[in-house]
Structure formats: C-alpha cells, structure tokens
Design a protein around this ligand. Structure first.
Ligand SMILES: [Zn+2]
Length: 245
C-alpha cells in the first residue's frame, strides 16, 4: 500500500513538472512547431512561392530618397547588445511592400520620409531575442513566429525630408515600457502628433499598429497562410531575383 502511494506521488510530481515546463518553456517543447509553417531551406521556399507568388519577399525600394535604413539588429545598438544578423536586406512580401510604398507617398506629401529599423528577420533571430527577452508584449514568442519572420511586419520611424532629422517619437526604438505604447499620452503634443502621423499613414495603407510598440506595423493577413522563414537574407534575395526574371 505504501509503495502504491509513493508511486502515485512520484507520477503526480512528474506530470506537474512536465506541465510547468511546457508552460514556462513552450519553445523547447517538441511540438512547438506544430502550428508553424516553418520553411528553412531554399527548395521548400521556392516550392511555396511557385504555389503562391504573394509570399515572395521583395526588396523595399530603399533607393528612394524617402526611405532610409538603420538596421539596429546588425549593430550592438539594440536591446540585446549583440549583433543579431549581418548584411541585412530590407524585404517584405509583395503586398506589404506595396502598402509601405503607399504610406511613403502619403508621408512624402507631408515632407516626411521613413527610416526602417527592421523588416524581414530570420526565425532563428527571433528565437535568439526570445531567449534574452521572453515578454510577449515586446518580443515575438517563437512558438507563434513573428510577423517579421513572415515578411509582413516592419519597424520604422519618420524623418524630415528637408532637414534629414528624425522626428521625436518620445522613446527610442525597442524601448520596452509603457511610454512606447500608443495609449501613453504623457508626452508633449508634438510627440503625440508625430506618432499619429505615422500611424495614420500606415493604417490608411492597410497596416495594423501594435499597441505596445509605436514603431511596429504589420499587414493583417491570416498568419497561417504566410510561412515562417528561417533563411539568410541572401537566399531570400536570390529567390526574388530568380522569380523576377
Ligand atoms: Zn517589429
């Protein structure tokens, strides 16, 4: 009788620990990719694009004077303090790139340009970020994948086309506190106005804002349709060249 109770207790402890591990570390559980359409090789990516060219990632037209890049994750000037990728290329799926261009035109008419901090980002970089900052308000949970991994999300700010200076948005990019939220109104009117200008242009073009990050916008398409990519920038770019021939 004693042994049976012991066995039951051991089993109960074991299953509780197992359940807690699944809850605390979802990205380490073997079934974490179950709902992710993860593509991590060139052949699978090409096959997927052949089925639906809407998911082809194309370069954002950074040759335009209204678009600049400042890839923070290619430097140590980001929340991780580490260089998370090398030689990035600003890319989005075609419908998102078109929408961004629409927003750019609207902003240009107001004398403004955009600075892109991040667009497509390989899935392995999202995993790295989550290890350092596992907070879903500010970092994508790898169990779900990020809009950046799908090429549907972009992080950006505004600059004045005349002076070349960035607009005051109240906080820096990747500032993880409530002052980065759209609902935070404890700033001067100019900051609130600048955030509203960016948001209005992006939403009018079809993007959706993220309440907790003034710099993050994504195209609202069903994420189950868009594959999560874990491919180097070069591979994604070469695939674009292949399909654009
Ligand atoms: Zn983002």
């Amino acid at each position: 009788m004693k042994i049976t109770i012991k066995k039951i207790m051991v089993l109960a402890i074991f299953s509780t620990v197992n359940m807690l591990a699944g809850f605390l570390f979802p990205n380490t559980m073997p079934n974490c990719f179950a709902q992710l359409n993860l593509i991590n090789n060139k052949t699978s990516y090409i096959n997927h694009i052949q089925l639906d060219t809407n998911f082809l990632l194309i370069p954002i037209q950074i040759e335009l004077r209204e678009i600049k890049t400042e890839f923070r994750y290619a430097t140590t000037n980001n929340f991780t303090g580490k260089k998370l990728y090398k030689q990035p290329i600003a890319m989005l799926i075609e419908p998102a790139e078109k929408a961004l261009n629409k927003a750019c035109k609207k902003l240009k008419s107001k004398g403004l340009g955009i600075i892109i901090y991040d667009a497509y980002r390989p899935y392995s970089v999202t995993q790295e970020m989550w290890k350092i900052f596992p907070d879903e308000r500010y970092a994508a949970n790898p169990a779900k994948g990020s809009g950046h991994n799908r090429g549907i999300a972009v992080d950006l700010t505004l600059f004045d086309l005349h002076t070349g200076k960035s607009l005051d948005m109240g906080t820096d990019f990747d500032h993880f506190s409530d002052s980065a939220h759209h609902s935070f109104l404890g700033f001067q009117q100019e900051v609130i106005k600048n955030r509203k200008i960016l948001r209005a242009a992006m939403e009018e073009a079809g993007f959706r804002a993220l309440e907790t990050e003034w710099w993050h916008y994504s195209l609202p398409i069903p994420t189950s349709n868009a594959p999560v990519l874990d491919l180097p920038f070069k591979t994604v770019y070469k695939t674009y060249q292949r399909f654009k021939k």
